[in-house]
Design a protein around this ligand. Sequence first.
Ligand code: ADP
Ligand code: ZN
Length: 716
Amino acid sequence: MTPQPIDILNKKFGFPAFRHHQKEIISRVLSKKDTFVLMPTGGGKSLCYQIPALIFEGVTIVISPLIALMKDQVDALRVNGIAAAFLNSTQSQLEQSDTIRQLENKQLKLLYLAPERLLGNDGQFIVFLKRIQVSLIAIDEAHCISQWGHDFRPEYLMLAKLKQELPKVPVIALTATADKLTQKDILSKLALKTPQTFLSSFNRANIQYFVEPKRNSYQRLLNFLSGHEEDSGIIYTLSRQSTEDLAARLTAEGYAAKPYHAGLERQVRQQHQELFLKDDIKIIVATIAFGMGIDKSNVRYVAHMDLPKNLESYYQETGRAGRDGLPCQAMLFYSYADVMKLKGFAEVENNAEQTRIMLKKLDQMAEFCQIRFCRRKYLLNYFDEEAPDQCGGCDVCLTEYEKIDGTVIAQKALSAVARLDERFGMNYVVDFLRGSRSEKLRPEHKALKTYGVGADLSKEDWMQYIKDLLAQNYLQKSEGEYPVLKLAQKSTAVLRGKEKVMLIKLGERAEILTETPPYEAGLFLDLKALRNQFAIKENVPPYVIFSDATLIELSTYLPQNKPEMKQISGFGEIKLEKYGKEFQEKIVRYCQEHQLQSRIRDKKPKRQKKASKERTTDTKLSSFESYKEGLSVAEIAKERNLSPQTIEGHLAHFILEGSIEVTELVPESKIPAIIQAIQAHGDAVLGSIKQALGEEVSYGEIKAVINYLKKSKKIP
Ligand code: ADP
Ligand code: ZN
């Protein structure tokens, strides 16, 4: 009997249910018809061809542009007991002929190849493939075939011949980014036969989006990183030099960070990437040279120190966070100066049309940073997708903006526009307001009374206020390539002092909520260490053994025996046999030490993400309620079946809110020493504060004092 896709999903991969359109896609592929899949990064594209590969009789060929990734993908399959291999130029002759022999003997289910390997070299290899049984061809990163996309690779053009050479073999093309134009282009270039397209939502619900002004951005970055000490993250910068500088500064700060850019020696680059993939360093500071297809599932944040050049890049780069589906964050530092700088790069030589497209994309990128409505909505609309007005997961949605009386500001701006005869764009108006000495300002304008009346505000502040005035229809902008600011109907009343204008206070930002799910943080670290041991032994990156999502499930539900272990997502049959026992032992021991029991009964297989999110928000609150009822930390820990450390963390949160005093959680005698340590080490790295203070002081106590200092504004 042929195995069913769902059985393979459960047994081989250890996942309880299909996601997105996986089920429909797989059944389409099994009917041997051509298929086109658009699914966001982390959506689970690989299983769409891996599961059919296991059901079909012959071998499935996977075309992938990045040689560097093939090994990881193949390792990940082998760990699940699946016969897979790759062929590329980095291998020795011996290795290659070994793989060829396995193919001839029908011993492989999946073979990964670069496109030029499939069709290049006078078609020798394709002749060979015609001889053996190829059941399916999967083309990963299919947008690389289109010049309309943002990552065109000429070698992909060879794939246009694929259908002529192997007309009977079904093809599945997959990509995570493609606008309408690129989609059409992919289908026609590949000459797919009556393909069916599966389009998943591009919303990455587990990513929170934040934009902050690029002022003191280094300090802001440190604030952001605090609370992320144990997490992996990617920090993007524009220039090679700045990746190195920033990596060095962060290293000095106690973060394990390395730079990555195309100017580094190949060997160094690879080494840094490897360290990052293997969790030996936490942070990679990189130019955009880093990351295409990076398949590290536990990246918890992506920060952009400089503006990306368009929203496609931004979406793709931020998309490298949270492929495991767990909460993660994207932080972008925005400045108008960056827009100006990038304008210089947007020029495409001898191609006015292309230049125009690039400049428009840059404008939209800047607009995304400046809007005062939901950023996710803007992003999804940009990709032609509908979205609700509020997502609850971006800085705008998370902030209640404070308004100020902006009447004088508005009057200055409006009279500047009037004085300039409504004939100039925003930049000019702002320069004029600020009394810029720039040559661009006409001498007759410099003689006007309004010239320089707004010198007390920065350019960015003015930009922001004017946007706000536009949004509230106190000003208008003309259409066309060079829009100018114009007065509106509502302007007159303001200029005559008859209408009060309220503007959003600048510098407001949402507090970033790094929710800790109710898992046992200590156990999670133990399990990570165990995972690392296996990873080193088998010489694969840790996430190939288990994703962080799996370890978090283990630390949440605390399974105590084999049947319980089996219910954890990510434990297929092979992995259960291979690693189950040792992970189980670690968990059992931890539970004994902390007097905890299995919580596997809380695990609901369906809608698990939502449920756990609800619990997350509730969980602090319910610790707090018990605390207010008079229970001690130890008692709450017992009652809730969580560790005392976790409860301390919950309660510390309420110091910030002002509902608990720091002295309720930390003995007064300890506080001065803790403050001293925080001042010496900064509040960014909990680990080094803890180290300085020793066993006497707990993480919860440190967190409590940090929150106290924050609350009383002694630290930002
Ligand atoms: P993509 O190629 O679309 O970026 P992947 O195929 O690499 O995404 O999958 C992302 C992660 O999600 C992987 O860790 C994968 O094991 C996991 N995954 C895929 N499908 C499922 C599923 N149905 N249930 C649970 N996890 C899944
Ligand atoms: Zn939002």
